[in-house]
Design a protein around this ligand. Structure first.
Ligand code: 7RM
Length: 635
């Protein structure tokens, strides 16, 4: 019996039990029946969380693009694979068939090869949401190069850090990008970044906005003429199951961003299987995930998961507010979207606007609504359910991480009864555990603790690029023999999970993970700043916004405070990106610290969140007197 497509709750429980009681035979069956392999595995799973080492489908050989493209050609050659919806609604959408996509990917792969890119080389992709981004990602996978997509909203400094961390040889970018009414000159950002990246030998430039840019002789090449003359067939590189497929950076609570490494076979199997079930995708459906491919959601659920299922996946270049707040719904109507997947921050932003923006459009095609990226508050959940789903489309609140590669806890629509704000049940094969303060697993229901996963799943990240020790310390050191997620969660009376949020120093702003450390580093580089600490505070639309507590140096004391605030945010914009700008900046004489010198963010969080009545015991602080001062002058 194939367990590939789950349609009933009883079936879910039965398949779940099977996946937990006998994970190897379960995943073997899924892998065998639904994918094409150049060679099958010798062993399904080998693992040891103490090292940590995880291998799925050991010694199997495959190429993920043969699964996403070639195998569909006989049956789905003319079916739309990629449906590109441009920023400007007046520009025509592009329906790129599986045959066309295969051709484009092969051409791009040949261009990469012509520029000396080989299996194992890292290629940085810094592109807006245009079809070339999907071509580039898949072209890398075609030849076994490791893609590192950097979200095109990141600054030059953030880009160069990521290029250098994994020694990228090539950057693929565009002249510029459209974001609503704005255009951004991407190439000039790349030019600045590359001043610090001596190893980058070539830059391929897609043309999008047509604005004037500088081309460096010998290094920079326009992509179009190269693609046009490239051969449209390219034999797929035979990859080992555990060869790296891509690196994707995520912020840590300390230090530089972590380059999470995902490998070929397990990632493919798990993203495809979750996509099929969690979106209940059927052959004629049009699926749309509004994320950017610069994030894991875009990798797994715009590109790989949908294409591995032969789906039609929408790729949207624009923003929800352009030309007006009805854009999402206009696109849903226009392309008769069946599954729609977005972030709570977007839902909250749209819920603030006039309902006419929604009511103008026919949303009757919708069957499944998804959310991801942060906890969805009850109000937003109901707005989404009432106004977008008209109470007929189940909401799948999907909890997962860059590190997990695929969705981990989520309802299966039309199968799992939903409850607002609950991600509900673990997906097939996922074994969550809640841990208490003493590192014991909490049994039973109606409990709350730190969320761990106690058994490997196929799409888990295998390491942090260049730093396996950090991988172990971050995820496998807190609890023996378990993967620690960094999130807190509760399990209710029926066993449903609700994610309560991060328990570390990562703050999620508008669905983007921001580490406090890099932002503080950036603030501290300002000549007038001595030290700083940032925390999140609740924000209606963004979920969390950033509040900075800044200690000025002597030289800063006499300066105009509003100007300083502007300069600090300018500096953050340049070094990290506008998403990391602070909403509030309070200048303070000191920061509450423990005796070992650790900033007590817990206290600052309460002050920033206007919840400072009960700060708990502050007597153990090094400097309890600053707390009152900070509290009295809070913004
Ligand atoms: C997919 C993605 C991961 C962090 C994660 C959580 C938070 C994500 C949900 C959620 C509550 C959800 N990857 N998170 N999904 N919290 N409910 N449905 O977002 O690496 O960028 O972020 O996001 O804290 O640890 S990510």
């Amino acid at each position: 019996m194939s367990n590939y497509h789950i349609k009933q709750l009883e079936e879910y429980f039965q398949v779940y039990r099977k996946s937990v009681n006998n994970p190897e035979s379960f995943w073997e069956e899924i892998a065998e029946e639904h994918f094409v392999w150049r060679k099958k595995w010798d062993q399904v799973l080998e693992w040891d969380f103490s090292k940590p080492e995880v291998k799925w489908f050991k010694n199997a050989k495959l190429n993920i693009t043969e699964n996403c493209l070639d195998r569909h050609l006989p049956t789905r050659g003319d079916k739309t694979a990629l449906l590109f919806e441009p920023n400007n609604p007046k520009e025509e959408a592009q329906h790129i068939s599986y045959r066309k996509l295969h051709e484009k990917v092969c051409q791009m792969a040949n261009v990469l090869k012509d520029h000396g890119i080989k299996k194992g080389d890292r290629v940085c992709i810094y592109l807006p949401m245009i079809p070339e981004l999907a071509f580039a990602v898949l072209a890398c996978a075609r030849i076994g190069a490791v893609h590192s997509v950097v979200f095109a909203g990141f600054s030059a400094t953030a880009l160069s850090t990521r290029i250098n961390d994994c020694d990228c040889k090539m950057v693929i970018t565009a002249d510029g990008s459209y974001r609503g009414a704005k255009t951004l000159n991407l190439k000039s950002i790349v030019d600045v970044a590359l001043e610090d990246c001596p190893e980058v030998k070539s830059v391929l430039v897609a043309q999008r906005t047509g604005e004037k840019i500088d081309m460096v002789e010998g290094r920079d090449h326009w992509l179009k003429p190269l693609l046009d003359k490239a051969y449209s067939d390219c034999t797929a590189e035979v990859m080992d199951a555990e060869d790296p497929l891509f690196i994707l950076y995520t912020s840590g609570s300390t230090g530089k961003p972590k380059g999470m490494v995902h490998t070929c076979a397990g990632y493919m199997v798990y993203t495809a299987y979750t996509f099929k079930n969690i979106f209940q995708y059927r052959e004629e459906d049009v699926y749309w995930c509004t994320a950017d491919i610069g994030w894991i959601t875009g990798h797994s659920y715009i590109v790989y998961g949908p294409l591995a299922n032969g789906a039609t996946t929408v790729m949207f270049e624009g923003v929800p507010s352009y030309p007006d707040y009805g854009r999402f719904w206009e696109v849903v109507q226009k392309h008769k979207v069946n599954q729609f997947y977005t972030a709570p921050t977007a839902i909250r932003a749209l819920a603030k606007e006039q309902l006419e923006h929604v009511e103008k459009y026919d949303l009757s095609s919708l069957k499944v609504l998804g959310t991801v990226g942060e906890p969805i508050n009850e109000e937003a959940w109901h707005w989404y359910n009432n106004n977008i789903g008209k109470k007929k489309s189940p909401i799948v609140d999907t909890w997962w991480q860059t590190e997990t590669g695929g969705i981990m806890i989520s309802p299966i629509p039309y199968v799992t009864p939903t409850t607002p704000t609950y991600a509900t049940l673990p997906f097939i094969g996922i074994q969550p555990a809640l841990m208490d303060e003493k590192s014991n697993e909490i049994q039973g229901n109606q409990v709350e603790g730190r969320l761990c996963i106690k058994f490997p799943w196929p799409s888990m990240a295998r390491t942090i690029w260049g730093n396996h020790e950090r991988y172990r310390d971050t995820y496998f050191a807190a609890y023996e023999n378990k993967y620690f997620t960094g999130d807190g969660a509760l399990r209710d009376a029926v066993g449903y999970y609700r994610i309560t949020g991060r328990v570390d120093d990562v703050i999620i702003v508008s669905g983007h993970n921001l580490g406090t450390a890099p932002i503080e580093d950036s603030i501290n580089e300002h000549p007038a700043v001595a030290e700083s600490a940032i925390v999140g505070f609740p924000h209606d639309i963004k979920g969390n916004a950033l509040y900075g507590f800044v200690i000025l140096k002597e030289v800063g004391q006499s300066r105009d405070r509003d100007n300083l605030r502007k300069e600090i945010n300018q500096q953050i914009t340049e070094q990290i990106g506008p998403i990391a700008k602070l909403d509030k900046i309070q200048f303070v004489p000191g920061l509450p610290k423990t005796r070992s010198g650790k900033i007590m963010r817990r206290i600052l969080r309460k002050i920033a969140g206007k919840d400072a009545k009960n700060l708990g015991d502050i007597s153990t602080l090094l400097n309890p007197e600053v707390v009152k001062e900070i509290k009295d002058n809070a913004l």
